[in-house]
Write a protein that binds this ligand. Structure first.
Ligand code: NDP
Length: 265
């Protein structure tokens, strides 16, 4: 029987995940289809997932925490992150994973050896990224506009500060995980902080995909190698796809999914 996969979010209309996942399913001739589902009430996520007969799901904004709270079993780093982006139906049990974290690590592999990261933002994505870096033994410092969200990082033993108390030092890589630059032209931190940091850094990464944000433009101007969030989106999708289909992705499959993501197939 054909298997059904889905993306839960609100909104989901803009998402490129279905075209990426369906390109992968077609590539391996898997009997299944990946759709999107606008879910208004995140607390119903497990119920909807099971009732509609989905075998696997991705979860996006704003339901990742609800999805974590409602799963039957959480696997891997998602236990610490407390947010999940992937559900698998294992004999009627809902198993949850976070593939954003390893997807990010895969995306920054192209930079080579990174030892010391400044991470801008303290939202759900920053939690996933900081814990993934910490687990890999890469030093990470979180810098956020406000103090409020820093408690989580303090509890995990991750260095963090707000703009007011930031102390300048050298970082190899600067990552923007704030939503500044998504729809607006704001920088994710004051220029007085960013300029010296980026001058000393080698690489800059923005989780926003498909555009050169003001942050990436400034980083490029200061001599950094830059990268947007496309690979992060791709690899979180590839890792979810492996769980959905119980297969190991090879380079051809990854390229098919990239083409799907970019609307080229
Ligand atoms: P959250 O809403 O959880 O967190 C947003 C963070 O951004 C907060 O720390 C907030 O600071 C900060 N922020 C928002 N606006 C500004 C601003 N103008 N200046 C400075 N800081 C600001 O968002 P998420 O963590 O879920 O997502 C963050 C970004 O990552 C989004 O753009 C999203 O699209 C992207 N993303 C990309 C993925 C990919 O695969 N490429 C995967 C997941 C996310 P404060 O605490 O002070 O409010």
């Amino acid at each position: 029987m054909s298997k059904k996969f889905v993306l839960f979010g609100n909104p989901v209309a803009h998402s490129k995940s279905p075209q990426m996942q369906n390109a992968g399913l077609n590539h391996i001739k898997f009997d299944g289809n990946y759709d999107k589902y606008q879910l208004e009430d995140g607390s119903t996520i497990k119920e909807v997932f099971l009732q509609k007969g989905f075998e696997g799901a991705n979860i996006t904004v704003p339901h990742k925490e609800f999805a974590y709270q409602n799963a039957d079993e959480i696997r891997g780093l998602a236990n610490k992150i407390q947010a999940v982006n992937t559900y698998i139906n294992e004999n009627g049990k809902v198993i949850a994973y976070n593939t954003d974290a390893p997807g990010f690590l895969k995306a920054i592999e192209s930079f080579g050896d990174v030892k010391n990261v400044l991470l801008l933002g303290a939202g759900g994505t920053a939690k996933a990224i900081s814990l993934a870096l910490q687990e890999k033994g890469i030093e990470v410092t979180v810098l956020n506009r406000s103090e409020g969200k820093l408690e989580f990082f303090k509890n995990e033993g991750i260095k963090c500060s707000s703009w007011d108390s930031f102390e300048l030092k050298n970082f190899d890589l600067v990552v923007n995980s704030t939503s500044a630059g998504l729809k607006d032209e704001y920088l994710p931190a004051p220029i007085e902080i960013l300029e010296p940091v980026l001058k000393n850094a080698s690489f800059a990464f923005d989780c926003v995909y498909g555009k050169v944000t003001p942050f990436l433009a400034l980083a490029k101007d200061k001599g950094c190698e830059i990268k947007d969030g496309e690979d992060m989106l791709l690899y979180q999708g590839v890792l979810a796809f492996e769980l959905f289909t119980n297969t190991k992705a090879n380079d051809e499959l990854i390229e098919a999914m990239r083409k799907g993501l970019k609307g080229e197939i």
